[in-house]
Write a protein that binds this ligand. Structure first.
Ligand SMILES: [Zn+2]
Ligand SMILES: [Zn+2]
Length: 353
């Protein structure tokens, strides 16, 4: 974490991730009194202390989703489906790896088994792992050093140590993923170092970034809200680095979806026609259409040029004639096809379809 003393000698730490901040907000704003479950998302700047390198910026941005108030396996599955759909909508092909970290009860047993297994291997492992062995044996599993990695493959698997509740939860999560048609691989090496993680952990990975394949990580942390002073509240969520996702999009040549096209442009001449178009535009926007009209007092010719430039799908021209006859021509720009409509919201919507 990026920690330093400020001018008043106070120790300041810059936010390393988004999850804890959401939990604090949940507590401080009394959101547990709202209708649960609560679905939230965030986009936040986050910081890391380690030396910046390609694709690992000191300040970067994280997008995340949090699902508060449900301990049901369906919530875990739904969160993973949201992440998958989001990544797919960006044109990214990803694979889902899942695991269960159990609860404090089953993890105590597992930690014992891990220490037993690594006991006679520890002298061949890296200095960081020596510390992990004492402090948090789970973290031995995600060491990236080759000499340590050779042992992790055969280490005891946490899924063999789950208590009945955790085991049923995990099976049920898998079942919901199957029901939704989302493929997954159980990877017993995915762990999180923090105590508040419980049960489900997951990662979406890609090979497009070489070895650093994780695009999105998440899981369940039923212990977090209580740990920082709130009422016990189950939650599950995920986070992803926005810059990392952008790099991945670039590396794979995936197409970034273009901004929503302008549905309709009103070209007008004369103030009465402009006023009519202005009122109609507001009504049509309320119906979800993306509508534009002139705000610069341009000539009708310049308005058409502009409509072309912003790639408006349809253009409707309104002048005194159209106002009088209550009839307009709706022109589809790409094909040049024309239909007519009345100067009402409903008639125009009909003509656009
Ligand atoms: Zn358990
Ligand atoms: Zn190591």
């Amino acid at each position: 974490m990026y920690t330093f003393l400020d001018k008043g000698d106070r120790s300041i730490t810059l936010k390393p991730e988004g999850t804890a901040g959401v939990a604090r907000s949940f507590i401080e704003n009394g959101l547990s009194n709202t209708a649960l479950p609560l679905k939230m998302y965030y986009i936040t700047p986050v910081f890391r202390y380690e030396r910046p390198q390609a694709g690992r910026l000191r300040e970067h941005h994280q997008f995340g989703v949090e699902f508060y108030g449900s301990n049901k396996p369906s919530a875990d599955a739904e969160v993973m489906l949201v992440a998958n759909q989001l990544l797919n909508s960006l044109g990214l092909q990803v694979k889902l790896n899942i695991n269960s970290m159990g609860c404090p009860k089953c993890r105590a047993e597992y930690n014992k088994a891990l220490k037993e297994y690594f006991k006679d291997k520890l002298e061949n492992m890296c200095p960081t792992c020596q510390v992990r062995y004492e402090k948090n044996p789970l973290r031995l599993l995600d060491c990236k050093e080759e000499k340590c990695k050779q042992y992790t493959q055969n280490a005891p698997k946490i899924t063999d140590y789950l208590c009945q509740e955790c085991s049923e939860h995990f099976e049920s999560v898998k079942n919901y993923l199957q029901l939704a048609g989302l493929d997954y691989t159980v990877n017993p090496l995915i762990v999180r170092g923090l105590d508040y993680y419980t049960k489900t952990v997951f990662e979406f990975v890609t090979v497009a970034l070489g070895t650093q394949g994780t695009v999105c990580g998440g899981g369940r942390y039923d212990g977090l809200v209580e740990q920082i002073g709130g009422n016990s509240t189950p939650c599950v969520g995920f986070g992803m680095g926005i810059e990392r996702v952008l790099m991945l999009i670039e590396a794979t040549g995936a197409q970034i979806p273009s901004e929503k096209q302008v549905d309709l442009y009103f070209a007008t001449y004369g103030e009465p026609a402009y006023q009519k178009a202005f009122a109609l535009a507001m009504q049509l926007r309320k119906q979800g259409l993306k509508v534009e009209l002139d705000h610069l007092g341009r000539s009708i010719k310049a308005q058409f040029k502009y409509a072309d430039k912003i790639k408006a799908k349809y253009v409707i021209t309104i002048g005194d004639n159209e106002l009088e006859t209550n009839s307009v021509v709706v022109k589809e720009m790409q094909t040049g096809n024309q239909t007519t409509a009345e100067l009402t919201k409903d008639s125009i919507i009909n003509a656009l379809n």
